[in-house]
Design a protein around this ligand. Structure first.
Ligand SMILES: *Cc1c(COP(=O)(O)O)cnc(C)c1O
Length: 435
């Protein structure tokens, strides 16, 4: 393996001279796990090849978008055709309407939506919209949920229960996060207390309905129900950040799962990204008509974007949604993901390694912990050193999982049973060494 990784080392040395940390998004730098990032040369189906032509089975899939695997023929053709017709116009196109209609058809809580370029942008604007609509300032978020890198959301819990947070990044003045209340995920007492104390000032509550940025942590049904009830009761908007889970855990997102269990359940605003762009820079936010009509040019809440609704990105998103809407697509994807998770659990058990795992649709998470965690604090009790040995053990065997223990994993429709069995076999060897 050493001669292969040299090619990546050479690129990383060069990248570090011109790009801070050598990467354009921090987690790619492998800082958590050590070693050299793999520079991707090309990808096809469930695989990518690095700078040394080493092949990996890819369970990152661009952090979720590549639900059909890489280079799906129908998507590739749609992108090529669109590109031939023009890259960007800064004027409306029919394809934007088609994609907006397709998204609204999949997610009934979305009556109107706007297309943007990144999840960060969509989340940031959803917050502005909630504040604009309610005329209130305060936002509730949960520790371990990521909603992009807008200033007001780069915040961690202060000391004590239900306190306003502290910035997690330099360059964010405390005044900017003074209206952001950070609570523990799945903690009903803190939730009740926050609304009891601040209910009349809360513009919105933003959450990942299945948290995918602290590995994979479900919101309990009771917690989900109370988030909805308390928002309604206090006139705050419930914002579902489904950038990761939308069209990934189910065609209709995580909210479709909760809607089955809780009568009448729907968020007020939904934030989407990742899968809806199929790997192109595309995201969206949408919700009730009366809320969305508060956006410029109809209403007083400003939002804009030079590349919003980009014609190549919308073609990619539309073709992707068309494929994943085929009957049986999600059942087959969920079965593959389940096969992986069951296999990993059995392999860990056989090796005597404490292990827990969960999955929904094409998204999964696993922990070197005996029980599934319910919040960020519990996730972070994982043994980082052991995770790093697991990560590198898999990487050496041609299996690429996210290079940090607080990230979720993704299976695509291009992963074959043979790929999954090879992954389980590789993991089994690594578990034996860990055990
Ligand atoms: C990825 C992600 C974002 C940010 O999206 P970008 O396109 O990276 O800006 C926001 N929220 C969630 C839940 C995400 O997973």
């Amino acid at each position: 393996m050493e001669p292969d990784t040299d090619f990546n080392d050479v690129l990383m040395t060069r990248a570090r001279r011109i790009i801070p940390g050598g990467v354009n998004s921090p987690v790619r730098a492998f800082r958590a796990v050590g070693g050299t990032p793999r520079f991707v040369r090309r990808a096809q189906g469930a695989y990518f090849w690095d700078a040394g032509e080493q092949r990996y089975i890819d369970y990152v899939g661009s952090w979720g978008p590549m639900i059909l695997g890489h280079g799906h023929p129908a998507v590739l053709q749609a992108v090529q055709r669109a590109a031939a017709e023009g890259f960007s116009f800064g004027a409306p196109t029919e394809r934007e309407i088609e994609l907006a209609e397709a998204i609204a058809a999949l997610i009934p809580s979305i009556e109107m939506l706007r297309l943007v370029c990144s999840g960060t942008e969509a989340g940031m604007t959803a917050i502005r919209l909630a504040r604009g609509v309610t005329g209130r300032a305060k936002i509730v978020k949960f520790e371990g949920c990521y909603h992009g890198h807008a200033d007001a959301l780069l915040v961690k819990a202060g000391s004590g229960l239900a306190t306003f947070g502290h910035p997690t990044s330099a360059g964010v003045p405390p005044e900017v996060v003074q209206h952001t209340l950070v609570l523990e995920y799945n903690n009903l007492d803190q939730l009740e207390q926050a609304f009891a104390q601040h209910g009349a000032e809360i513009a919105g509550l933003i959450m990942e309905p299945i948290a995918g940025n602290m590995n994979f942590v479900r919101a309990t049904l009771e917690f989900t129900r109370r988030c909805r009830e308390l928002c309604t009761q206090h006139g705050a908007l419930l914002i579902y950040d489904e950038v990761m889970t939308g069209c990934r855990v189910a065609l209709g997102g995580a909210q479709s799962l909760y809607a089955k269990a809780i009568a009448g359940f729907a968020p007020d605003i939904t934030v989407l990204g990742k899968v809806i762009g199929g790997g192109m820079p595309l995201a969206a936010f949408g919700g009730k008509r009366a809320i969305m009509e508060q956006l410029a040019p109809l209403g007083p809440v400003y939002q804009a974007g030079t590349l919003s609704g980009n014609p190549v990105a919308t073609a990619c998103g539309l073709a992707t949604l068309r494929e994943i809407s085929q009957p049986g697509f999600f059942d087959a994807l969920a079965a593959k993901t389940r096969r992986l998770i069951d296999g990993l659990c059995a392999a860990a058990r056989a090796a005597g390694v404490p292990f827990s795992a969960d999955c929904e649709g094409g998204m999964f998470g696993f922990f070197l912990l005996p029980d599934l965690p319910k919040n960020y604090g519990q996730v972070m009790q994982s043994d980082a050193a052991r995770f790093n040995r697991l990560f590198h053990g898999l990487l050496e065997r041609g299996i690429y999982i996210a290079p940090a223990l607080y990230e979720a994993g993704f299976v695509s429709s291009a992963h074959s049973d043979a790929d999954i069995d090879a992954t389980i076999a590789a993991a089994s060897e690594v578990f034996q060494a860990l055990g």
